[in-house]
Structures are given as C-alpha cells and as structure tokens.
Write a protein that binds this ligand. Structure first.
Ligand code: PLP
Length: 446
C-alpha cells in the first residue's frame, strides 16, 4: 500500500468509502496490499468485524481480492476508474506494443462512407415508442446465425458482447453464485464476474476449448452459469472443435440448473468453423459481437437464446437503457450488406491468420510451442511471467503478463499479433525464446 495513503473511518461504510476513494484517485494502485484486518482495526480503534465487513463489501463489488497468504489487495482492474484508458499500463517509450488485444485499425472497414449514406437518408430521431430491435437487422442476423447452425428465433440486441454477458448473469444469478469461466480467460470477464459479486470457478482450456473434465468439476462445485468463448478465445486463441462441442453437449444435455453463455466475439474474423453448444441446456444464450470484424466502437452484439432468457435480457434492457440506438443498428446493417466490407473483413481474417501462424512457426523453430488456433493473440507458456515480460521489454517488445487472465492456469504471456509485420516475426520469436528460456546467470548450477 502507498505509504502516503491513510485509511480512516470508524464504521464499515466509512472505511470502505475511504478505500474506494483511494482506489479511484490512484492513491491505492492496482495490486496494492491492504493491512491485515486486525492490524487496521487496531489502528483505527474499531473491532476486527467492522474492518472485515468493509473488506467484504469491497470484495463483493470487485474492488478487492483476498488470496490466502497474499492477504487482501486492490484488484488489478477495479471497476471504479473513470476512464478505461487509466486501467492500461503506460506505453513504454520506443517499445512495440503487443499487449493490447486490439484489432489492427487499418484492417477495420472505414465507417465514413456508410455514415454519409445513412446521413443522407436520415430524418429526425425515431421516438421512444418506435425504437427497439430493427426488424431488418434481426432478419439479417438470423440469416447469418442460421447459416452457422445457431437457432435464432428469439433475438435481441445488446451494447456489445460484454454488455450481453452482464445482463445475462445479472438476470439469472445472485451475488455469491458461482460462474464457470475459462482459465486462462478474458480479463474483462473476470473483472465483470468480480464486480457482480459472483465467484469464478476456473475451467482449464486447451486448443479445442474448455476441457470436459474441468466443466464437469465446475458443475459439481455448483456453477450456476458457464461462459464459453466459441472461437478466438482470449488469451489462448482456442476454438471449440467439433469433437469438444459434441462432448460438452453430452455433458450439458438437458440441464435445467445452468445458464450456458457462448461468446462468439470473433464472428466473421474467425477462420475456423463454429461448433455451437446453443440449445444444449434449457437456459442458453449465444452472443455475436460486431466489435472485432467491424470495429469496437460500434458497441453492438446480437443475442439469441431460449425464450425466457432472451425475454429477461430484453425486458431488463427495456426498463433500463431502453434499446441500442437504431442509428447504430442501421450502420451495422449497412456494413453487413456491403460486399466490399465483406471482402475487407475476409482479408483482415486472412491477414491475422498469417501473422499468428507466422509467429507460431517462428517460435517452433526455437523449439517453443505457442497457442493460437484463431483470433489475434498468441499465448506462450513461460516459466516466470515477470522475468519474461521484463526481458521482452528490454528487447523492445511490450506483451501482456498472463496473470491478467489466469486463475490457476500456468504462467504465460499474451502476444497480440494484429500489428505485426513479416519482418518482425524472426526477431520477436528470438526475443520470446530468450524470455521463455532465460540464460542462467553464471555461477553454480541451481
Ligand atoms: C472473449 C471476448 N469476448 C468479447 C470481446 C468483445 O466484446 P464487445 O462486443 O463487448 O466489444 C472481446 C474483446 O476483446 C473478447 O476478447
């Protein structure tokens, strides 16, 4: 904990408010250790139960984490920062930044021409009573999902995949409930689960998706929901294979006590076929985001599922945010309807595949096995993340430490390939090889 930040308060509410304010202002940085309950209680002249209540409340809102002998700490990305960019580690001057997990902006379709065409045909805003899911968008989405074998009769629109997941978990679960998530898995989902006061149960992942034994163990441990990334799993690039989908369907068949959520965020960018689990359980939802192929700022995902699940999300949206702007919906429809955009997306998918495969091949030449069946990331196991990230930084490459994505999975680093050039592959692979197999210091062998 920062030596300068003084915790204060005589009630649990005051203590937790003080800690929250320290996190918000940056005085308590992500990862900062808080004093043990008894020590802080003695310091503030209150009972340990009061401090424990304050910590508990902040844990349930995803601001703090308590991890055995590591004590209580500020979570890596607590959900109180005003700006998303404030959560990012600063860029390193001169280093190539492969840590962001973002698509290459140069490969996203330009929005200008479609916005201009929309502008030309747009009058005053539609009214509250007219707004909702545009039937033309729903029809186009259904055709796309049907083609991939996803039943899309019941459909709504959310402000992106993560918004959909939040609404689904909020509608089906209560704080304290357990959610099975991929381990390693998407950091934002882990943050969301913490912020909703849910308990993550890690399910190990291999190149073919969540492992069946891991899902079975999570179910046995009482998971009320399971979130599966269909393709371009973040961070490992895994994609649910036909065999894995079959085995998971058999395991989940007909379950009534589990909400199954599938996140197909890569959508048209994935170069591997979709093997959906949709419909395996009574409560299910499948989300397809437009962020990766068409641009993250569009903030739109299509959500389909069983009637009750879709109605819960649509109903809750209606009494809150209302709907996703029909202006955005029309823009997405225009992008979906343009063969030139299809071609751009196809080329982007191909280009990511070449960069990913190029890096995996270059790593194999150093005897290293990275992972990345689909998407824009390569996941490379390393013995020690901190020293690997530091060695790479010294060599001019910024990568993401696996700790952001892991619960119990082994250490690794995530390398985003979206901005790589062919010339980068050999030097990057050499730097990764050095980072993954550091030369031992001279002296006695360990
Ligand atoms: C696994 C996963 N799901 C979803 C998304 C994007 O979701 P959204 O539609 O909210 O932009 C990402 C973006 O990185 C992701 O990695």
């Amino acid at each position: 904990m920062s030596a300068r930040y003084q915790l204060s308060g005589t009630t649990a509410v005051e203590i937790s408010a003080g800690i929250e304010s320290g996190i918000r202002t940056g005085a308590l940085s992500p990862g900062a250790a808080l004093p043990p309950v008894r020590a802080l209680a003695a310091d503030l002249g209150v009972s340990p139960a009061t401090v424990a209540r304050a910590y508990q409340e902040l844990r349930q809102r995803g601001l703090l984490v308590t991890a055995g002998r590591h004590g209580t700490r500020v979570r890596p990305r607590p959900p109180v920062a005003a700006r998303r960019s404030a959560l990012r580690p600063p860029s390193l001057p001169g280093a190539r930044d492969l840590s962001r997990g973002e698509p290459d902006r140069r490969l996203l379709p330009p929005l200008g021409p479609h916005l201009a065409a929309l502008a030309a045909g747009t009058g005053p805003s539609v009214s509250y009573s007219e707004a909702g899911v545009l039937p033309e968008l729903a029809e186009a989405a259904r055709a796309r999902l049907d083609a991939d074998g996803v039943p899309a009769e019941e459909l709504t629109i959310t402000g992106g995949a993560l918004d959909g997941i939040e609404r689904l978990l909020g509608a089906h679960l209560r704080p304290g409930d357990a959610v099975a998530v991929e381990d390693p898995g998407w950091a934002n989902l882990l943050d969301l689960v913490a912020a909703l006061g849910l308990r993550p149960i890690g399910v190990p992942v291999d190149d073919e998706g969540p492992m069946v034994a891991g899902v079975a163990a999570a179910l046995a441990a009482g998971a009320r929901a399971l979130v599966v990334t269909s393709r371009a799993q973040n961070p490992t690039g895994s994609a649910v294979s036909a065999e894995r989908a079959e085995a998971l369907r058999t395991l989940l068949d007909g379950r009534r006590d589990l909400l199954l959520v599938e996140d197909d965020h890569a959508a048209e960018l994935a170069r591997v076929p979709l093997h959906p689990l949709a419909g395996a359980t009574a409560s299910w939802a499948f989300l397809r985001s437009v962020s990766k192929p068409f641009g993250p700022d569009l903030r739109l995902a299509v959500l389909v599922g069983d009637e009750t699940t879709v109605a819960r999300v649509a109903g809750r949206t209606r009494v809150g945010a209302g709907w996703v702007s029909t202006v955005l919906q029309r823009l997405v429809l225009a992008l979906w309807s343009d063969p030139a955009v299809d071609e751009l997306v196809r080329r982007a998918a191909q280009s990511y595949e070449q960069r990913r495969d190029g890096l995996l091949t270059a790593l194999a030449e150093h005897g290293l096995r990275g992972h990345g069946r689909s998407g824009i990331n390569v996941w490379l196991p390393v013995p020690d993340e901190t020293s690997a990230v530091t060695a790479l930084r010294d060599a001019g490459w910024a990568v993401a430490p696996g700790a952001l994505y892991r619960i119990a999975a082994a250490p690794a680093v995530r390398v985003t390939v979206s901005s790589l050039h062919t010339d980068d592959l050999a030097p990057l692979a050499a730097a990764l090889a050095h980072a993954a197999n550091p030369t031992p210091p001279p002296g006695f062998p360990t």
